[in-house]
Design a protein around this ligand. Structure first.
Ligand SMILES: Nc1nc2c(ncn2[C@@H]2O[C@H](COP(=O)(O)OP(=O)(O)OP(=O)(O)O)[C@@H](O)[C@H]2O)c(=O)[nH]1
Ligand SMILES: [Mg+2]
Length: 391
């Protein structure tokens, strides 16, 4: 499952957002360090389901499919807030960042209203959100660099004696962050690093971490509490060069609660009232809807979809029966996987299970019924049967 880490300063609204998008109740409060242990849950992105192509109704193992729109699960991790000195153990420290080690995407949630100070305490005095954005980015780089620097001398002395390629040596360090050999080769082609590990400076290690963040583990700055901003402030936020998303976790939570209480039906981007909703609910929710209308504030589902699409992810459906598109229990299109564009049939096999990847024989395209090899490049909405001699 695609993993998304929510990080940021204390009080930015990470847990509020987490709760709204996973429907899990967690501690939320207007003071720093409300979250002391990471929360993990599942949310969804939506995409057109291929079920109509075989005139069947799909039966997802996780998620759901409504009116031909498939809800594809993604894992969300909400971690405690970071403050200055976190790498030295201040606040909750930064060790809990280990929980987002193998996250595919990082969302740096900041308080766009500027009404929390540098430590996350509620504050009347305006605080510049740009500082928070920079700080969190640096903190992530520090955390990565610290992990990579650990036992560096010993590592460098040992590895410099081997004739293995530098990329393979660095994979030992980078694997901690979920990178594979392809990723390491890719990022090391982007920047020049010393051939001998013993000659790497702290600056080289930092640069290596920055490259991971830039090319493999992208971080998206997302401003929260946009409901507290005036239209003018919203416009000026959206007119800066660097792409930032603006959301309101509070609105998301209100909409989610209305949905869970049966007042509305919802497709993630918009909602419609049910017979159960009264005038009071309609007034509140219609006012919220108005705020989204001019596009300055985005629904988080739209943010997530936009991020995932911009990174070139596609959806593929592994099946056991290439004709009926079923698994062994007769479930139609049981799983939907998000994979990077450019992934192959073999990559999919490994995603299903390492054993299936290792013992890959061939695959069958469920749409064309053609036999495909390990190098077949997956297309969006492909339905694939993998044949392996594992078990
Ligand atoms: N106005 C407004 N308040 C929000 C929004 N999101 C969160 N809050 C409030 O901000 C405070 C902090 O929210 P949390 O979700 O606990 O923040 P957090 O980032 O998880 O904080 P830590 O766990 O301390 O790191 C709470 O009082 C929330 O109700 C929002 O979109 N708008
Ligand atoms: Mg929290």
């Amino acid at each position: 499952m695609l993993k998304i880490g929510l990080i940021g300063k204390p009080n930015a609204g990470k847990s509020t957002l987490f709760s709204a998008i996973t429907s899990i109740d967690v501690d939320i409060a207007n003071y720093p360090f409300t979250t002391i242990k990471p929360n993990v849950g599942v949310s969804f992105i939506m995409d057109k389901c291929p079920e109509s192509e075989i005139n069947a109704k799909c039966n997802p193992r996780e998620g759901k499919c409504i009116n031909g729109i498939r809800y594809i699960p993604v894992e969300i991790i909400d971690v405690p807030g970071l403050i200055e000195g976190a790498s030295e153990g201040k606040g909750m420290g930064n060790e809990f960042l280990d929980n987002i080690r193998d996250a595919d995407i990082i969302i740096n949630l900041f308080d766009a209203s500027g009404m929390s100070d540098s430590e996350g305490n509620p504050s009347e005095k305006k605080h510049d959100p740009e500082e928070d954005i920079k700080f969190v980015k640096n903190e992530i780089i520090n955390w990565m660099s610290n992990k990579i620097s650990k036992d560096w001398q010993k590592f460098a002395r040992k590895e410099d004696n081997s004739s293995e390629r530098l990329e393979v040596k660095m994979l030992q360090k980078a694997a901690t962050f979920g990178l594979n050999e392809k990723d390491v080769i890719f990022i090391m082609a982007k920047e020049k690093f010393p051939d001998k590990l013993i000659h790497w400076s702290q600056e080289d290690i930092n640069r290596f971490s920055q490259t991971i963040l830039k090319y493999v583990k992208p971080m998206f700055n997302t401003g929260n509490k946009a409901d507290l901003l005036t239209e003018n402030m919203l416009e000026s936020f959206n007119n800066t060069d660097e792409k930032k998303y603006l959301i309101s976790a509070e609105y998301e939570l209100l909409i989610e609660k209305a949905f869970n209480n049966g007042y509305i039906t919802s497709d993630g981007s918009d909602f419609a009232f049910t017979a159960k909703s009264g005038e009071a609910q309609k007034t509140v929710l219609n006012n919220i809807r108005k705020k989204y209308e001019n596009g300055n504030i985005m629904r988080f589902y739209d943010v997530l979809t936009s991020i995932i699409k911009s990174l070139g992810y596609i959806v593929v459906y592994p099946v056991l029966d290439e004709n009926k598109w079923e698994d062994k229990n007769g479930r139609v299109l049981p799983d939907a996987y998000l994979v990077k564009d450019g992934s192959t049939a073999l990559d999919l096999a490994y995603k299903i299970h390492t054993d299936i990847g290792k013992n890959f024989i061939r695959a069958v395209n469920g749409k064309t019924k053609r036999i495909i090899g390990k190098d077949y490049k997956l297309l969006n909405n492909d339905v694939i049967k993998v044949i392996s001699n594992s078990r």
